[in-house]
Structure formats: C-alpha cells, structure tokens
Design a protein around this ligand. Structure first.
Ligand code: AMP
Ligand code: MG
Length: 331
C-alpha cells in the first residue's frame, strides 16, 4: 500500500493505542459512573481520551480537539483519577496525574472558530463497552463543514468482514482514510497490515444496522421502513460508529438514526469519523430530510435532524419512505 499521509498515520497510531487501553480495562471488572447528562462513563473513556490527545498533540501541538470528555469529575475523585492514570500507563508509560488531566482537558474544547479541528469520541458506545459488545474509538479531522481525515478503531469487530456476514464479532478492526484517496482497513494491532476497502454490495436483501439502545433511535420505525422496501430484511443491531464501518464495507445497506426526542441534537464526535469513512467508499450520508451533515459548528449538528447513511442504490428509497412516514423532520 502507499504510505499514509502524516495526519492519517498519527490518527491511526492514536486510536490503536487507545484501543489497547480499552482492552486492558475491559479485561477486568468495569466501574460505570453516571455523568450529569445521565450517560455512563468509565476509566477507559478518560484514559482513551488522554492517550489520543497525547499522541495527536505530540505531532501537532496546535491541534484543536473537540472531544467528548473533560477532566472535571476526575479532579474531585482521587480513586477514579488513579484508575485513569493506571489505564493510561498501559501505553503512555511515563504519564503522571497532571499530564493526564491536562491531556483530557486539552481535548475538551466545545467550540472553535478554526475552520479545521479534530473531534474525538474516546469510547463511542460506552453502553456497548459495558456489555462487552461493540464500541469504537473515533477520531476525525474536520475541514470546513466536512470530516476528511478519519480513524476508527472497533476492538470487538471482525477485520475481514464480507457482505453477507451474519455475525460481525471479531478480534478488532481499524479503518482509516486521509484527506484524499481510499479507505484502508486492518486488524487492531499495530503490526497488522492495512488493505484497501473495496466497496461491496449484496443484492436481493436489505441489511440494515441500528442502535442496540431503544433510547438512541426509533428501532420500531427503522424496521417499518426496511419492510416497506419490499425485500427480505436482515437487521444488524450494533453499538457505536461501528455501524458506519458496516455500511462502508457493504455489510449493511443502511444505518438510520431516528431521534426519540424532537429536541435531540447529535454531536460531531458521534459521527465525524464514521461519516468520513462511509462517504469515501461511495456511501451517501445525509440527515433524514436528505440534507448533507454540517460539521461547521461544533459540538452540535444543529442544522441536521437524525442520520441516514445508505448505499447509493437504496438511499433515495429510504428517504422516500422516511418522508412518507413523516419522519424526515422534527414532529
Ligand atoms: P449508539 O451506540 O449508536 O446507540 O449511540 C451511542 C451514542 O448515543 C452515544 O455516544 C451518545 O452520545 C448517544 N446518545 C445518548 N443519548 C441519546 C439519545 N437520547 N438519542 C440519541 N443518541 C443518544
Ligand atoms: Mg458517543
């Protein structure tokens, strides 16, 4: 394969390192803490953010990083902080408490006037991580209103998926792309070689992936829409941006995110890496009204309502059904 551009190579190293941290934490009992927004967080979320920001800013000291976590809770909980430090040291061996807290907070920017910024979800799908199912370390660089460079590490996803796959569970998969050129995939270990992702399709059926959590998307509506297309449906419930990886590789034809609350605004770190990778393989990603996803005003995707990520052969069909069912805009 051709050499990766520097930002892609650094992003790849960062998410592979963070994935190693997540795996180490996952090997033992995992303590879940509830954040003020009622979402769960673990020491792995914090340690993964510390590691990614450390790797990224070593190479790009001026990088603006809009990441999901901040160190606020850690500063008032010594036991939690010690756990995060120990997990971080799995790969960042000489890390100390202050350096780890500083790295996490350096990745906690909420807004930026820079046209170019990085966005990070250190563990997307924390609920999947807690169930020991799918989760992902997601890093992307946004230029203007579009994510371009992306690295997605999915420690429980198979790296050699082919269309028709019934189980997607495996030893770990990483996908990356640069500002131009193809998408590469490989195993999660640093030594695993990368191969170009060939865009694939499985005609006949409609394979559709959606959140495991009923709170995150209207799963019942997703099924109704798939059935209205009149072809046999295969549902692939999956946590995290691993769903974008499934569509990008032709394992699923579509990923839909239909808000369960009308006021739900999606965040840039929950989509940027996945959107970059899926788009680059020829998949179409829009909101439920068919508008392109606008990443220019972090942290929210305020200009968009829900997500429709679909193979070009079926994107318009899904859009038509969403409109017919009155699901393409806020009720
Ligand atoms: P998924 O694994 O695709 O179900 O999505 C995981 C993401 O859902 C997390 O990163 C959260 O940011 C996000 N999330 C949390 N609450 C909601 C909600 N009520 N609606 C949609 N997404 C949510
Ligand atoms: Mg997330």
């Amino acid at each position: 394969m051709a050499a990766l551009e520097l930002p892609t190579a650094v992003a790849l190293r960062a998410v592979r390192d963070a994935a190693q941290v997540c795996r180490a934490v996952s090997a033992g009992a995992i303590r879940a803490i509830t954040k003020s927004d009622q979402s769960p967080v673990t020491i792995a979320d914090y340690a993964a953010q510390a590691v990614v920001v450390h790797v990224l800013t070593e190479e790009f000291p001026d990088a603006v990083v809009v990441g999901e976590e901040s160190a606020e809770l850690l500063r008032s909980d010594d036991e939690l902080c010690a756990g995060v430090l120990a997990a971080t040291r799995v790969v960042w061996r000489d890390a100390d408490r202050e350096a780890v807290l500083a790295a996490i907070d350096a990745g906690a920017r909420r807004s930026t006037s820079d046209r170019s910024y990085w966005t990070l979800d250190p563990i997307d799908g924390t609920k999947g991580f807690l169930r020991r199912e799918q989760y992902a370390v997601c890093l992307a660089r946004v230029d203007g209103d579009t994510p371009t460079v992306a690295a997605l590490a999915c420690p429980n996803l198979a790296h050699d998926l082919v269309p028709g796959a019934v189980s997607v569970v495996g030893q770990g998969s990483v996908l990356v792309c640069g500002a131009v050129g193809p998408v590469w995939r490989g195993g999660i270990e640093h030594s695993a070689p990368l191969a170009e992702v060939a865009f694939a399709d499985e005609p006949g059926i409609v394979a559709i992936t959606h959140s495991v959590e009923a709170e995150h998307t209207r799963i019942d509506r997703v099924h109704v829409i798939a059935e209205r297309l009149g072809r046999p449906v295969r549902a692939i419930p999956c946590d995290s941006q691993a769903k974008y990886a499934l569509v990008a590789q032709g394992i699923a034809h579509a990923y839909m995110r239909i808000p369960t609350r009308p006021d739900r605004v999606e965040t840039v770190w929950d989509h940027a890496a996945g959107v970059a990778l899926a788009t680059r393989t020829g998949v179409i990603v829009t909101d439920l009204a068919g508008k392109p996803i606008d990443f220019s005003s972090p942290p929210g995707l305020a200009a968009n309502y829900g997500i429709l990520c679909a193979h070009p052969r079926v994107h318009a069909d899904f859009l038509r059904e969403l409109t017919a069912l009155g699901l393409s805009a806020e009720p």
